[in-house]
Design a binder for this molecule. Structure first.
Ligand SMILES: [Cu+2]
Length: 110
């Protein structure tokens, strides 16, 4: 009887973990040398993108071409900005300070 109960508990735990968002990934994009690295990433719906600022001297931001998606404030060295992408699509963005220097990126959500 004890073994049966344990099996049921393990099965229940497995079901809970499968349905939990713990399977969503966090993907890091660095902001460095006035570029997004990598500039293009492909993720799955539900994943989070984390932009991490690694340029000591210069501020950056993340502004989406689709203005309905909320972009970041100015991000400084060592700070982060996160967005969860729930819907499939192609999300182009840029840094307002360095767009003309080629600081652009795209998140492709499958
Ligand atoms: Cu920038």
């Amino acid at each position: 009887m004890k073994v049966n109960h344990l099996n049921i508990l393990l099965l229940a735990a497995a079901c809970i973990s499968l349905s939990s968002p713990a399977f969503a990934d966090e993907v890091v994009v660095k902001m460095k040398d006035w570029l997004f690295k990598p500039a293009a990433i492909t993720i799955k719906a539900g994943d989070t993108v984390v932009w991490v600022h690694e340029d000591e001297d210069d501020p950056h931001n993340v502004i989406f071409e689709d203005a309905s998606i909320k972009g970041s404030e100015t991000i400084k060295y060592g700070k982060q900005f996160k967005v969860v992408f729930d819907k499939a699509g192609e999300y182009k963005y840029y840094c307002r300070f360095h767009r003309d220097n080629g600081m652009r990126g795209v998140v492709i959500v499958k």
